[in-house]
Design a protein around this ligand. Structure first.
Ligand code: COA
Length: 380
């Protein structure tokens, strides 16, 4: 008798959200001493999206999550767990995941942020899959979201040309067929912590006039060392996760890599002896969106019809920490009939409006209550 397949997570919904504002290389050349030619040839990036007023990591994450729920035709009240991977949360406290949970009306979900730099989404996917494999959870939202434009130094040409803003999300459910997560790896090397970091604003160097004057709240990077790390760890991760999943490299149909730099991806492809055409790329339009880059690329690859039923898809991230993570998936979604999808959509929108109204009411209640207390104290 064939052995039953262990319980595993499968992607059943996906979505993305990017700000409207496009910043081109020429726009950047008007701000710092750089050129379209330099940026394209060293990175492969032409444009990136930059958040405007009112747009934050949480608002982008919420929209991406709503799109993922829409694809799966799922009710936010059925979500058990929300994981938001980000290194640019809306606030140090509370977590961005709680803001997203509230905005979705996901009233039965636990919610938590995780920070693994640009590897964060793949870390979240691995942990979401494990939450499902344990039997503890059934519906997990994994979101990668970052607004790097809020932490890059727009006067530092060596970093500001690389990054962009955005969010991507997937909804995981237990797989009932052949699809789902085949194998995963996670890795970290804290000895490289200083290569990519924001020095101030934490417990080591709390915010002060001096830290602001020294521009220590901006991202600092040793580009060459990070490049060396990335070109080593990316091909190693691909090989390791493929082997752990029982796949030969030529059985991998698509690699969805972290979109940091075209040259890093080309080097990894060469070292794995895989054609670059099997690496999905969209960094030319979005730049490095940190934790959002892998789910945005996955989302676009699916929407463009690149990924077909039965494909083996490998997601791989690397970044600050230093960290790296990879997951191999078999893409074999079961055909589901979404009866009454329009009614579910209407209900979801009602839930979102109610969540917004509830937040405003609570805010109004709190501020009125505080004012009332102050007023009674003054008149005593
Ligand atoms: N425009 C024009 N010149 C620039 C520039 C820019 N935006 N940024 C740096 N330069 C200059 C440097 O000042 C240096 O000038 P110098 O030789 O007169 O000192 C020259 O270009 C070469 O700099 P170098 O850092 O050696 O360039 P590079 O070929 O290593 O490319 C990166 C720089 C940042 C593109 C590359 O190191 C890289 O991609 N690193 C990985 C970064 C990354 O992906 N980080 C995120 C990981 S999650």
């Amino acid at each position: 008798m064939a052995e039953a397949r262990p319980r595993c997570g499968e992607v059943v919904g996906w979505g993305m959200s990017v700000p409207e504002r496009v910043l081109s290389n020429d726009d950047l050349a008007a701000m710092v001493d750089t050129s379209d030619q330099w940026i394209r040839s060293r990175t492969g990036i032409s444009t990136r999206r930059v958040a405007g007023a009112g747009e934050t990591t949480a608002t982008l994450a919420t929209q991406a999550a709503r799109n993922a729920l829409e694809v799966a035709d799922a009710d936010p009240r059925d979500v058990d767990l929300i994981l938001v991977a980000t290194s640019t949360p809306d606030h140090p406290m509370p977590s961005t995941a709680c803001l997203v949970q509230n905005a979705l009306g996901a009233i039965h979900a636990g919610a938590v942020d995780l920070n693994a730099g640009c590897s964060g989404f793949v870390y979240g996917l691995v942990m979401g899959h494990q939450a499902i494999a344990s039997g503890e959870h059934d519906l997990v939202l994994v979101i990668g979201a970052d607004t790097m434009s809020r932490v890059v130094d727009w006067g530092d040409r060596s970093t500001c040309v690389l990054f962009g803003d955005g969010a991507g999300a997937v909804l995981l459910r237990p797989s009932h067929g052949d699809g789902g997560v085949l194998g995963t790896i996670l890795g970290a090397d804290g000895a490289g912590a200083e290569l990519l970091r924001i020095p101030a604003g934490g417990s080591a160097l709390p915010a002060s006039g001096e830290t602001v004057a020294k521009r220590q709240h901006f991202l600092g990077m040793d580009g060459r060392q990070v490049y060396r790390f990335a070109t080593r760890v990316l091909p190693e991760s691909i090989r390791q996760v493929a082997a752990k999943s029982g796949l030969a490299l030529d059985e991998i149909d698509w690699v969805i890599p972290h979109q940091a730099n075209m040259r890093i991806i080309e080097t990894a492809a060469k070292r794995c002896k895989m054609p670059t055409e099997r690496f999905y790329l969209n960094l030319e339009r979005f730049g490095n969106t940190s934790a959002a880059s892998v789910p945005i690329a996955l989302c676009e690859a699916l929407e463009q019809g690149c990924i077909q039923d039965g494909d083996n898809v490998l997601l791989v991230g690397f970044g600050a920490g230093l960290t790296w993570a990879a997951a191999a998936l078999r893409w074999a979604p079961e055909a589901e009939e979404h009866r009454g999808a329009w009614l579910h959509r209407w209900l979801r929108n009602l839930l979102y409006s109610w969540a917004r109204a509830r937040t405003r009411l609570r805010h109004l209640y709190n501020t009125t209550f505080v004012r009332l207390i102050r007023w009674t104290q003054r008149s005593e």
